[in-house]
Design a protein around this ligand. Sequence first.
Ligand SMILES: [Mg+2]
Length: 309
Amino acid sequence: MELEFLRWLRGRLPPHPQLRVPPGDDAAVLAHTPGSDCVITSDLLMDGVHFELAECGPRAAGYKSLAVNLSDLAAMAARPVAAIVSIALPQADAQKLAVELYEGLLPLADRFGVTIAGGDTNCWDGPLVINIAALGETTEHGPLLRSGARPGDQILVTGELGGSILGKHLHFAPRVEEALLLNSRYRLHAGMDISDGLSLDLSRLAAESRCGAVIELAAVPVSPAAQQLAGSGADERSAWEHALADGEDFELLLAAPPEEAERIVREQPLSIPLTRIGEFVAEAGLWRVDERGRREPLPPRGYEHGAAG
Ligand SMILES: [Mg+2]
C-alpha cells in the first residue's frame, strides 16, 4: 500500500513558498524567515482516548489531530508553517483510512498555510494512532508565553466555554488568526490555549507566572453546549462547572494589563467575543468570586493527562 499511497499524497500536496525540498527525499527542507524563531509542538492522538474512530470517522480524527497542534501554535502567537504527520494504522482498510484522514486534515492545513513536510505511515494490529508535529514561526511581536502574567493583570478569554464533548472538540477552529492579531495590536503579558479546562489551565498559567488568579464566576462566557449538558441531567454539574472544567475548548486564555484589557474588551477586535473573567493576584492559588463578592478557593479541575494503569 505504501508506494501507491505516497504517490497519491504527493500529488495531493500543494506547493508552499517555504518548502524548498518537498516530501520524497530523505528529509524535507524548509526556508526560514529571517528574524523569526522556530516554534515546535507535537501531539499524540489515540483512537479510544482523544476520539472514537467508529463514531467520528477518519476525517474528523485527521482534522482534530492537526487542529490541536495549530491551537498550540496559536497559544504561542506563532504563525503556522509546516506539519509532520505520522500515523499508525490498523491493518483493516489501512489505505482507505489514511486517505480519508488526510482528506480531513488537508483543508485545514491549506486554510492556515501549513505545508505537510513529511511524516511516516505504518500499519499494525492496534488502533489508529496519529502523531503530528507542527512548526511555526514567531512574528516581530515575539512569542506569547505562560510566564508573563503579573498581579493586577486582567484575565481574558476568547469565545464561549464548556460542553465541547457535544461536538466542538472535533470541529473547533484553532484561534491562530485571533492570537496573531491580538499579539500584534495589543500589549499582552501571557497566553495559552484552553485545552484541559479553564480552571486547570488558568492555574497552570498562574503557576508559571508565579502568581494567583481570581475568576469572577458571573463573567465566565458559558457556551450553549455547557447549558445543554447541565440541562440534560447527564450528571450533577451546573453549566458553570462545565465551563470551568470541561476540556477541549481550544479557546485562548490571556493576561493583559488593566488599561490594555479594557481597550481589548471595548474594541472587540475579533469576530468572536473577548471576555474579561477576572484578574491575577500576588498570592498563589485559584479563587472564584460570586456576584456578592464572596471569594472562595476554586480547586482546579479539568482533563489530567495521566499514565494508564
Ligand atoms: Mg496548549
